[in-house]
Design a protein around this ligand. Structure first.
Ligand SMILES: Nc1ncnc2c1ncn2[C@@H]1O[C@H](COP(=O)(O)OP(=O)(O)OP(=O)(O)O)[C@@H](O)[C@H]1O
Ligand SMILES: Nc1nc2c(c(=O)[nH]1)N=C(CO)CN2
Length: 172
């Protein structure tokens, strides 16, 4: 099953926290594909610092509860404390898609209910999987991205942790 996960951080050592999360994903699948890091303007919530965001895809045979527990574990390791909704956080790990699986049953809604409105998700996703179509109606990610180009994101230079594993060109 192909899984797509969004990573975000705007509290603490965001770069280091994302790097550690990325290493945990790579320990599961050394061929995991990572987008670049993006510096992104906060969407919603109280006034807060810019985020660093990225998207990663990998193949897994985990069931959804196991993937969910893994993602929650990454947040816990980063010392995530839940306070304000959409507020600043050390690490946010959102399951965006789990194959073409659809569910509205908590704790995981799939596809992620807000991914289609978020350039900080769609732009890195386009970078690693430009042919991606988002269920349930299979809208091309590029179509979704075109609708949110007013949101501010800035692609950063390749992460030094993944010199051979950043972006599409090194994985296609
Ligand atoms: N696909 C999903 N991935 C991650 N969390 C999800 C998903 N669908 C629903 N949730 C639920 O969202 C709840 C709130 O998560 P969290 O505190 O990370 O929200 P948030 O980061 O403020 O907002 P957002 O979910 O929009 O990124 C979680 O407890 C979880 O049950
Ligand atoms: N730019 C940006 N904005 C956000 C983000 C995020 O990861 N990046 N996450 C949020 C809640 O999940 C709310 N707003």
């Amino acid at each position: 099953m192909k899984v797509t996960v969004g990573l975000g951080s705007n509290l603490g050592d965001s770069h280091g926290l994302l790097k550690r999360a990325a290493e945990a994903v790579l320990a599961q699948d050394p061929t995991a594909r990572f987008s670049s890091l993006y510096r992104t303007a906060p969407q919603g919530g109280p006034p807060q610092p810019d985020y660093l965001n990225a998207v990663v895809q990998w193949e897994t045979d985990w069931d959804l509860p196991t993937l969910w527990a893994f993602c929650r574990g990454l947040e816990a390791e980063a010392g995530r404390v839940r306070t304000v909704r959409f507020g600043p956080r050390t690490l946010d790990v959102d399951i965006l898609c789990y194959g073409r699986h659809l569910t509205e049953k908590p704790p995981v809604i799939l596809p992620h209910p807000r991914m289609k409105d978020r350039r900080f998700v769609l732009e890195p996703l386009t970078e690693i999987d430009p042919e991606c179509r988002v269920p349930p109606d299979d809208t091309p990610v590029l179509t979704l991205l075109r609708r949110v180009l007013n949101q501010e994101v800035q692609r950063l230079p390749p992460w030094e942790v993944f010199p051979r594993n950043t972006g599409r060109s090194s994985n296609s």
